[in-house]
Design a protein around this ligand. Structure first.
Ligand SMILES: *Cc1c(COP(=O)(O)O)cnc(C)c1O
Length: 388
């Protein structure tokens, strides 16, 4: 028998494993402390104690009040609640009906924004981005209207890794009395999420991109931000999100972010060194054939992304999988029918490049040896996926 080397996971921006310490913190809330925190008896009280502690822990990480945190089922629901909640509340109060967002949002924001426009009659501006996938505070300022209710700009882009100048954009919005939301689902895993320092009114996070569990996220909504409840029913989350509280998952989310904050410097140093080796290695191995996408320096520390010319990204992902490398195109890929990446189109790349989006994202378990092996097999996989 020949020794096949173990496969290499380079898709941490798609999802990450739950850390053992996170799992340990969660387990008692599936079993011993299984009560409904809405119940008066001691089972309920034990669960409620865990939920409150999780909310306090997350509030410390975000530097906000516990009551400013709404637990949700994930990043997508947080984005939905921010956009729908603010826009419907603004309309009900006669305080505007215009939404501004960008061309490189995650689909949880962009599809929601388009539906608010097409099916609910809200006005929508989608800002273009520069060659690195960034929007500027000046662009946002120029797009503001008297009826603008909300601006939503992604912090760290999932496909190309670019970071947007969130604090600057937030300051412009606040100066004009317009609410500002950022999708921090990728960024929050590594960057400091001090919401008063950022100046944001709403911020979305999710558990599973940051070594927490799937099925949980949170929306920070600054005290007093009007939100129309999207999941109606019971009075959980102060009436802002109905449904029996997600106690074990909330405990996992809070523990994951507490660890992310405590270990931020070491984690960032670890992943950014591996990311830099990947970027340098890919560009050296595929001269003229691969270009870095997103900003060269102002990017997520674990994120390397490329456009490959004359390459079908889906074929490449399959070739890489056969070679033992788990990678991604950075957005939902449709198997069989290759479609150009909207994000790469938004960057201004020409059609010979936009089918070939490749995202390689490293994580806490990634080793230098894995990067070396991935770089060794990549050129062969690209050659096999390259269109005639
Ligand atoms: C993954 C992701 C989401 C969606 O989060 P889920 O928890 O999977 O619903 C939203 N925004 C960004 C930027 C993401 O990367």
């Amino acid at each position: 028998m020949t020794d096949t080397p173990p496969p290499i996971y380079l898709d941490y921006a798609a999802t990450s494993p739950v850390l053992p310490a996170v799992l340990d913190a969660m387990l008692p809330y599936f079993t011993e402390h299984f009560g409904n925190p809405g119940s008066v008896h001691r089972w309920g009280q034990a669960a409620d104690k865990g939920l409150r502690a999780a909310r306090r822990t997350l509030a410390t990480v975000l530097n906000c009040q516990p009551s400013e945190i709404i637990f949700t089922s994930g990043g997508s629901e947080s984005d939905n609640l921010a956009l729908r909640g603010v826009m419907f509340a603004a309309r009900a109060a006669g305080k505007g009906q215009h939404l501004i967002t960008t061309a490189i949002e995650h689909s949880a924001v962009l599809t929601t924004a388009r539906q608010l426009h097409e099916q609910h009659g809200f006005a929508l501006t989608i800002l273009p981005v520069d060659q690195y996938g960034r929007v500027s505070a000046g662009q946002v300022a120029a797009a503001l209207r008297p009826d603008t209710a909300l601006v939503s700009v992604i912090w760290g882009n999932n496909e190309i890794g670019t970071l947007n100048p969130i604090a600057e954009i937030a300051a412009i919005c606040r100066a004009h009395g317009v609410l500002f939301h950022t999708d921090a689902v990728q960024a929050a895993a590594y960057l400091p999420t001090d919401v008063p320092a950022l100046g944001v009114d709403l911020l979305s996070i999710g558990g599973h991109k940051a070594y927490g569990p799937k099925g949980i996220g949170a929306l920070y909504a600054r005290f007093g931000v009007p939100l129309t409840t999207q999941i109606t029913g019971g009075s959980q989350e102060e009436g802002r999100r109905a449904g029996t509280s997600l106690v074990p998952l909330a405990v996992g989310l809070a523990t994951a972010f507490e660890l992310a904050q405590a270990e931020r410097a070491q984690r960032t140093a670890h992943v950014s060194a591996l990311r830099d080796a990947l970027i340098a290695g890919v560009l050296a191995a595929l001269p003229g054939q691969a270009q870095l996408t997103g900003h060269p320096t102002d990017r997520l520390p674990n994120h390397a992304s490329f456009a490959l010319q004359h390459t079908d990204g889906n074929d490449l992902l399959m070739q890489l999988d056969l070679a033992g490398i788990a990678a991604s195109s950075g957005s939902a890929c449709k198997t069989g029918n290759p479609e150009p990446s909207d994000t790469l189109i938004a960057l201004g790349l020409d059609p010979t490049w936009t089918l070939g989006s490749l995202r390689l994202t490293v994580g806490l378990p990634t080793t230098p040896a894995e990067i070396e092996r991935a770089l060794a097999v990549l050129p062969g996989a690209v050659a096999r996926a390259r269109r005639a």
